[in-house]
Design a protein around this ligand. Sequence first.
Ligand code: FAD
Ligand code: SIN
Length: 534
Amino acid sequence: MAVETDFIVIGSGVAGLRSSIALAESGARVTVLTKDKASESNTEYAQGGVAVVLSDDDDAELHEEDTLVAGAGLCDVAAVETLVTEGTKYIKQLIDWGTEFDREGGKLVFTQEAAHSRRRILHAHGDSTGKEIVRSLISRAGVEKKISLLPFANTESLIVAEGRCVGVRYLDPILRAPREVFAKAVILCTGGAGQLFLHTTNPPVATGDGMAMAYFAGAEMADMEFIQFHPTALSVEGAPRFLLSEAMRGEGGVLRNSSGERFMDRYDERLELAPRDIVSRSIVAEMRRTGSRNVFLDMTALDAEFLRHRFPKIDETCKAFGLDIAKDLLPVSPASHYCMGGVRTDLWGRTTVPGLYAAGEVSCTGVHGANRLASNSLLEGLVFGARAGEAALTDSPESKVQSPKSRPPDAGTRDMGLGTQVSTAVRKRVKRVMWERVGILRDAISLKRAIDEFEQIARSNLSVSSRNFVTLASLVANAALWREESRGGHFRTDFPEQKEMFRVHSIQSRASGEISGAETINFIAEKRSAETNS
Ligand code: FAD
Ligand code: SIN
């Protein structure tokens, strides 16, 4: 017998948890499927903090302006307005729910990050902001008795019947066999795809599954070419690419090359606090110029006690690799960090497939444009997670759960036995190609080679999850080839200028099979405007 619930939420990061709470508050039954333990997500590892308009010298217009500038002409203004104006309410609510942001003398403290015109970043336990937010949201979700959380439930595909998303297929965590669950609506909150690249700050769960599942279900994808590479991931042989937060530069850290020279003045007058894409490309240029594998983050001018108190997690992790953050130069180089693009949604998380909603990093509302302003994504997960939950409720008040009788099985095998080794090899290959040919610097030749290779891989007998992975890589590479300009997180060495004709969003879908440009991400607004003009 098919399992039924009212709503399915996939993912338990900030967007998934906030969305589940919004749904459950109405009395609906919510099933949350998540790939690992509940706390494992990008959210859990967020360090620097969450941007919010709460300090006396700040206002929503300034936050909006900073976000629009970072987005390099491609933000949807309505989405940015929604984020900055509603953000404050959701952060206050989070504080009411017990989130302990850092305070001094009882007052909230705000830090600085690149491209923010004000100190507006709240943080928790110094550099463990995400962990604290997850803790308080899981505790708040625990109060809602109608939320059932299913950990280690790897969702592989969405079930669509008569054009509507009606359920999901996931791997049973114990039997490793496929299971189906049906609901009135599905809210995708599966996060980003940093793992598409060889070097990433993201944890292993961030493989972009939700984006690929939505694509196969017929949803439109937007701005897939825009990937943010964080400039300062720890670069030590054999160590994971642990993030050294931008807040370290915000507090006065500087970058030095292998000769110990401070070099950012060669590249941008905003020095270490230039936007991330500029700092990342400057580091790559400096590594190439000096023939070295990394540059260094230098915190030695700061007080040791202050550093250990302000960045306790970073201090502890660096120590494990024999580095003292107060005394040593810390080896760093860029790594993939965040996806600006994703599943195209309106301002309420509706995708182009009825019954399917998306929020957080998996989605693209246009709020980040071509480049995300630091610390805007935790806020995005809260605001748009809540909105997606509310929209799913209002769109399907009395509708019945449909569970179609006959459904085609997923094409592809399951990752078991020898198949797991093949999948691991496929992923390794895709990650290397993405890093080398679809990375920080791209050109038509490298992109076409990557696309050819992905096509070849896709022709082999892949497991469902490998097929999802390589399909997603192709979506990014194809969008990057289509955009013959450089803007925000997308840099083409063969088209280094920004072009007015590309001040549009890239849209791709399985049905159309090609990429087109759209003025706005919000497909409902786009449709209205087309009707008015005709
Ligand atoms: P996530 O938090 O990534 O959650 C996704 C969830 O989906 C996870 O629970 C995952 O297990 C689940 N999932 C994935 N695939 C499947 C599947 N197939 N089936 C079932 N479940 C699945 N942003 C900021 O604003 N401030 C910061 O300071 C900051 N620091 C960061 C530091 C690091 C190291 C990283 C990696 C990111 C940082 N970011 C920061 C970005 C931010 O953390 C993320 O963009 C944000 O947390 C995404 O939230 P989310 O809910 O959309 O996704
Ligand atoms: C960081 O702490 O540098 C990450 C902040 C972010 O990605 O927004």
